[in-house]
Design a protein around this ligand. Structure first.
Ligand code: PHE
Length: 345
């Protein structure tokens, strides 16, 4: 029958066009032409009104079969084109990870860590053990065990970040002293504890809400202020050079008695007085003292038999003085222009 041949003819032509489509867009053009009401293929349908009986049925079936075939061919082609296009896109966007980076930048070691490691080296060479304490402390260890009961005015100087009523970010590394003494159970102690501390300070050129300290603690029989003095002088001369004068001033900490603050002669003016040392010729570098008998007692050491000394060094302060850093915030900003200037010797 002529009409059926026409269907086959047109179908073959459209199939060819489908197969020849080179892109989704081209295929869409074919689809639009094929699906549109006015398309040549759908136009064939108008012939049905002139047909009757078996001829009508045969024509309808042939049209449906052809339409299904075309739809399937379209779907298959759509799928294969999509895959092709994805593969092309992937190939064009592929990255050769074996190529060297175009802008390879080396930073340096943050002076905070350089100084921490140097402090550790100096004390390890004197036979100290390195310990760590938790950053989140209990009120009990941060204050009570350091002889700072809840009504003590010294608490005010260490305005704090509380987590609950009884836990806080430690305001100094000193609570590590109590942890270590608990652990040593009455045996001699000779430790340093480097770590971070937190105080609700306003940040400025010399203050940060987070800073590093290295705590030191020696407990044994016959430990005296002379041992403390000799140890800290040795440490400070190694850190800042043999020519540094070291000065001890009487001070107050609730957990040491007597307490001292230790200054070194100003590296800028060598003791004459200049803006760096605010005209005094000296710069304060650490706090220290003989462990308070009550602190020893609370930690299970008999103060009649045992004595000890403790100190706390601010890590950033040492770094700033050693390297002439004018603003503490530079240490935290991660600016590679700053960091590049530092490296291990
Ligand atoms: N914990 C004191 C502070 O943070 C420093 C210190 C440590 C003083 C040990 C004496 C002994 O200021």
């Amino acid at each position: 029958m002529e009409l059926l041949d026409k269907i086959t003819e047109l179908k073959t032509k459209i199939l060819e066009e489908i197969n020849n489509a080179k892109s989704s867009q081209e295929l869409k053009n074919v689809t639009d032409t094929f699906l549109s009401k006015k398309s040549a293929f759908n136009g064939l349908m108008s012939n049905i009104k002139d047909l009757v009986g078996d001829a009508k049925i045969a024509f309808g079936q042939a049209m449906n079969k052809a339409r299904n075939e075309l739809n399937e061919a379209l779907k298959a082609k759509q799928e294969s084109l999509r895959e092709e296009e994805i593969a092309k896109k992937l190939a064009s966007e592929s990255i050769d990870i074996t190529l060297p980076a175009s802008n390879e930048q080396m930073g340096g070691i943050n002076p905070f860590h350089l100084i921490t490691d140097e402090i550790i080296d100096i004390f390890v060479s004197m036979g100290y053990e390195v310990k760590e304490g938790p950053d989140v402390e209990t009120d009990y260890f941060n204050f009570e065990r350091m002889n700072i009961p809840s009504n003590h005015p010294a608490r005010e100087m260490q305005d704090s970040f509380y987590i609950t009523n009884t836990t806080l970010l430690r305001t100094h590394t000193s609570p590590a002293q109590a942890h270590v003494m608990d652990e040593k159970k009455g045996q001699p102690v000779k430790i340093i504890c480097p770590g971070k501390c937190y105080r609700r300070d306003d940040d400025d050129v010399t203050h940060s809400h987070q800073f590093g300290q290295v705590e030191g603690l020696v407990v044994d029989k016959n430990i005296s202020l002379a041992n403390l003095k000799a140890t800290l002088e040795l440490f400070l001369r190694r850190m800042f050079g043999e020519k540094r004068e070291v000065r001890f001033r009487g001070s107050y900490f609730p957990f040491t008695e007597p307490s001292v603050e230790v200054d070194i002669s100003c590296m800028n003016c060598h003791g004459k007085g200049c803006p760096t040392c605010k005209g005094t010729g000296y710069i304060e570098i650490l706090g220290a003292g003989m462990v308070h008998p009550h602190v020893l007692e609370m930690s299970g050491y008999d103060p009649k038999e045992y004595s000890g000394f403790a100190f706390g060094v601010g890590i950033e302060r040492v770094a700033m003085l050693r390297y002439g850093i004018d603003d503490i915030r530079r240490i935290y900003q991660g600016d590679t222009r700053f960091l590049k200037q530092f490296n291990r010797k």
